[in-house]
Each structure stands twice: as C-alpha cells, then as structure tokens.
Design a protein around this ligand. Structure first.
Ligand code: GN1
Ligand code: MG
Length: 375
C-alpha cells in the first residue's frame, strides 16, 4: 500500500495533512515505517489517529488540545507517573503492553510529547490490538467495569509522587456552577433569550447548593481527595476479545479528585438508557440493573472507601448528570467554545438529555441508597 493508504484519492489539503502527521510521527522513537494514518474514536476534546506501521507495532497519535490542557508538560508527567506506577504493580503479568498504556519517547530525548512548528502538541502511544470499546454495556460488562475502576483507584492509592491537576478544579461543582452563572451574565452568543435555555436554567438552579455538597464536605475535612480517573465514560475501557477488561484509557484527567468522580461519571454514561446527546427524551432513563452490577464490582475492589465516601455514592450518581448538564449548558450559552459539536444546538440537546437522566436518577434514589447500604 502507498504511504497515503486510503487517502490516495483525496484532495491535496488532505495529502498535505497526512504528510504533516507522518512528519510528526517520525519524531518519536517508533519501530518500522508508517503505512497509514486514520482517525480513531470519538472523543470530544483531543484529535486521535491510528498509525499503522510495517514494524509489527501500530500506534495511537493524539493532538493534545492545549486550549483545554494548558500545561502539557504537567499533563505528560502525570501520564508517565501513572502508567509507570501501574506497570510496576502489574510486573510479572503477561502482555503488559495490553494492560497499561505506553507512551513513546521522542527520538532525541526523554519527553513523551512533541510540539510541531505550528505550536500544536502531539503524543504517541502503543496501539493495543484486538481490543474493543463499547458505547453501552450489559450488566456483566458493567460489573467488570466497576471492578476495573475500583482496581484502578486502588492501584494509584499509594503513588508516591504528587500528581498535578491537569485541569484545575476539574470536577469542582462550585466552580462549574460559577462558570454557568458567568456564562449567563455575559450572554456572549445572545442565547439567553431562548425559552429552552431559560427552562433548563430554572430546573438547574434550585439544586445548586445540594449538588455542591462534596466541596462543603472537603472544606470541613470530612472528604479526602484521591487519585481518580475523572473521565470514566464507558468508552474509556478497553475490553479483550473474551469480554475481560484489559485496561482503562484516556488518562488525561487522572488527578486528585473525590471518589464520586469515577463512580458517578461511569453511571452517567453506562447506566443511561440512551447516549448523552439523545434528542428523544423518552428514551433517556436510568438502568438500575446496570447500576447494581457496576456498584457491586466497584465496592468489591474499592476497599479503601471511608464511611462518608460510601454513604455519599448515591449523591455521586446524581452529581454527574447534573454537572455535565451545567457544563453543556454553559458551553451552549458561551457559543460552543469547549466541546466539539456536530450541529448548532448539540450542546442544548445534550443538556436536556442530561437533565432527563438527572430526573430519572432522582426518581430511583431511594432504591440506589438502599442498594449501597446493603452492599
Ligand atoms: C469530555 O474527551 P472526552 O470526550 O473523553 C470531557 C469530559 C466529559 C465528556 C462528555 C477534558 O471527555 O469531562 O464528561 O467530554 N473531558 C474534558 O462526553 O473536559
Ligand atoms: Mg476524555
């Protein structure tokens, strides 16, 4: 195959872009020659590509969105510390490169990222082949996911180095609420007059104080911060062909946070009955069976939880659809400056879907609480 693979018939700008990507990959210490580069995954923040080579090893190339991850050096340091800590914990196991991500160094040095002449930042990691991601899970896979995130947090509980916050106060609900208020006041895109925006805001505001409980508990010294994944969407878990879990991916947001982050954010996507941007709200609800399986797996592995942390897991299930609604709506009001969108009202549709999920979680709260108490 030619170096441009399936891009051969595309226009010159695409070919130039491919040449640019190949040039970037060639900065890293890789095995073999590049055969093809193609888009991978559907993250809302970074751009991701699969790099095929003839060297027996393929790679994942990512452009790091440094408008969002402002300190790329700190980001990559976190990733290197986290992956090497996990690798040490798993030493002796077979297939280590399938169980923890490996970031490639540059040819001329130790850094695991490259800044291209246009100022953009790039990194390259080993592609884990014959692995699968899912946008939805069944109860069995939800149980494995619970174990995987519980184990992930347990493995990182004794990381000796201090990890930086790659996005400061990332899951701080007080900050997110403030950002929404600032967006409302600035009304940068003139969207505040929209009755749909007003209706969503009227549903969001009354819950603010209750949803900021974690920050209050932390201030009172009752709630610790621990190293968490902080982006536990279903599609951030790599499964092996037999359904077992290989590893957790998308480590950009691994940082000190409350345990609520990983528990709540997985259920936001994993136990939702529809995608996070489902326009038909009748389809959106909370699947108790998935919740129970995930919680069982998580509680089995997360033996480090304090009573306050455990007691507040039901709050975590409420918090994440709520926080995500606040973030999506703030971005809509700001004129879509943060999340990638596929159509003009995408962030508004996402907000409405998250609020419907939030209502469904609230309706299920007594059952959620009972299950956590009994397990
Ligand atoms: C973003 O990068 P991605 O698509 O995995 C976001 C998460 C949100 C998620 C919503 C750094 O994750 O916090 O929950 O979109 N990541 C960042 O789908 O903001
Ligand atoms: Mg992510």
């Amino acid at each position: 195959m030619s170096i441009f693979g399936k891009y051969r018939q595309l226009y010159l700008p695409n070919i130039l872009f491919m040449t640019h990507l190949i040039e970037i990959v060639s900065q890293f210490a890789i095995c073999g020659k590049v055969l093809d580069i193609s888009p991978l995954g559907n993250g809302l923040i970074n751009d991701t590509y699969k790099v095929k080579t003839d060297g027996g090893q393929d790679y994942v190339l990512q452009r790091i969105n440094n408008a969002i991850f402002k300190d790329v050096d700190l980001l990559q340091r976190n990733l290197e510390l986290v992956t090497s800590h996990i690798r040490a914990k798993l030493s002796g196991e077979k297939d280590l490169d399938r169980k923890v991500l490996r970031f490639m160094p540059l040819k001329d040095g130790k850094k695991t990222y490259y800044q291209s002449a246009d100022g953009k930042f790039w990194r390259l990691s080993v592609f884990i082949k014959d692995a699968f991601t899912f946008e939805a899970v069944n109860p069995e896979y939800a149980y494995y996911a619970g174990e995987a995130f519980g184990r992930f947090e347990a493995m990182l509980a004794d990381i000796p180095e201090d990890l930086g916050e790659t996005i400061p106060d990332f899951h701080n609900m007080e900050l997110r609420a403030r950002q929404l208020e600032e967006a409302e006041a600035a009304d940068a895109a003139g969207r505040m007059a929209d009755p749909r925006v007003k209706e969503l805001l009227a549903r969001i505001h009354p819950w603010k104080e209750e949803m900021c409980k974690a920050e209050a508990l932390h201030r009172e010294g009752k709630l610790p911060k621990r190293v968490c994944h902080c982006d536990t969407k279903v599609n951030n878990i790599l499964f092996d062909g037999d359904g077992s879990i290989l590893c957790v991916i998308d480590l950009d947001t691994v940082m000190p946070s409350y345990v609520f982050s990983d528990f709540g954010d997985f259920l936001r996507t994993g136990a939702a009955t529809a995608p996070e941007d489902e326009p038909d709200l009748d389809k959106m609800g909370f699947n108790m069976e998935i919740f129970k399986s995930f919680a069982k797996g998580y509680l089995k592995e997360a033996t480090f939880l304090t009573p306050i942390e455990k007691e507040n897991l039901p709050y975590a299930v409420q918090l994440f659809p709520y926080m995500q609604a606040v973030r999506f709506l703030a971005d809509y009001i700001n004129g879509d400056t943060y999340y990638k969108i596929k159509y003009p009202e995408h962030n508004l549709v996402r907000t409405a879907a998250q609020m419907k999920l939030f209502d469904s979680v609230n309706a299920a709260l007594p059952e959620i609480k009972k299950f956590i108490e009994e397990n």
